[in-house]
Ligand binder design. Structure first.
Ligand code: ADP
Length: 260
């Protein structure tokens, strides 16, 4: 049997390339449904959005569109290939601050086909401010598309801090571990590909408090925004990733018109 096809997110991660005005193309993933899932994930940093996005992506056959991943991918390109705006964005990110809305929107806009023209998406890390939510609303309205739901992952602050400070990410395959909650078998080594496990620069204690403050001030108001639109779906982010996934799917099945 062939392995399941997974979108490699090339278009999303690379955007239009410097050498051609042809956008990078993802390896195709067949549409599973006539009406694809279009989801936004909300939740404080460290709540496990990225992990859930990965699991939901596989389950729903949608594309995982993470703005944080785009910035991290851009960070790995040689300095001479980075625009001035991208260099500035990476500095904000390193400090744990939000990247300015105009930079984020430029980046998302040049990848808008990933939102408008795909077999469903899971937006992770975007929108993060009311201005970004307005930009997304306009883009979708112009494309005559609607969001299926906005999932808000909830967890008490002290658990968030523990998760962030213990998080380690594989440098090669990006699998996520936690030194306390989900340790790798050998310290510092990925269980899946034997890659090195690293702490993200913005998971250092000084950056964590900046990120949580930015979340409270700028991102938490989005909860009300989407609640008013009747799209909000709160989910307790406690338990194993599989338990949280099951909780999410159950709620999607009871609260949206379509079944997973
Ligand atoms: P987190 O684990 O904090 O949810 P992400 O991987 O989504 O992290 O993003 C990492 C960093 O990238 C953020 O702290 C911020 O600096 C920058 N970033 C990502 N998405 C956005 C956005 N939509 N608006 C502003 N900054 C963003």
């Amino acid at each position: 049997m062939n392995p399941p096809l997974k979108n490699d997110r090339l278009e999303w991660l690379q955007g239009p390339t410097a050498t051609s005005d042809q956008a990078a193309k993802c390896s195709a993933v067949p549409a599973k449904r006539k009406n694809p899932w279009r989801l936004v994930l909300l939740g404080a940093p460290g709540v496990g959005k990225g992990t859930q996005a990965e699991l939901l992506t596989e389950r729903l056959g949608a594309c995982h569109l993470s703005t944080g991943d785009v910035f991290r991918a851009a960070g790995k390109t040689p300095d001479c290939d980075k625009s001035a705006a991208m260099k500035a964005a990476l500095e904000y990110m390193r400090r744990g601050e939000l990247v300015p809305d105009s930079t984020v929107w430029d980046m998302v806009r040049e990848r808008s086909q990933c939102i408008l023209n795909c077999a469903g998406f899971i937006l992770d890390g975007f929108p993060r401010t009311l201005a970004q939510a307005e930009s997304l609303r306009k883009l979708m309205e112009d494309g005559k598309l609607a969001l299926s739901a906005v999932i808000n992952y909830e967890l008490p602050l002290h658990e968030i801090v523990q998760r962030l400070s213990g998080r380690r990410t594989c440098e090669k395959c990006k699998s996520v571990f936690n030194v306390k909650e989900r340790p790798s078998k050998a310290e510092g080594v990925c269980d899946h590909c034997a890659g090195r496990l690293l702490q993200r620069e913005d998971d250092r204690p000084e950056a964590i408090s900046v990120r949580l403050e930015a979340y409270e001030r700028l991102t938490a108001p989005l909860i009300r925004f989407y609640e008013n639109l009747g799209l909000l779906m709160p989910i307790a982010a406690r338990g194993t990733p599989d338990e949280i996934l099951a909780r999410t799917i159950e709620k999607m099945n009871t609260e949206t018109a379509e079944q997973v």
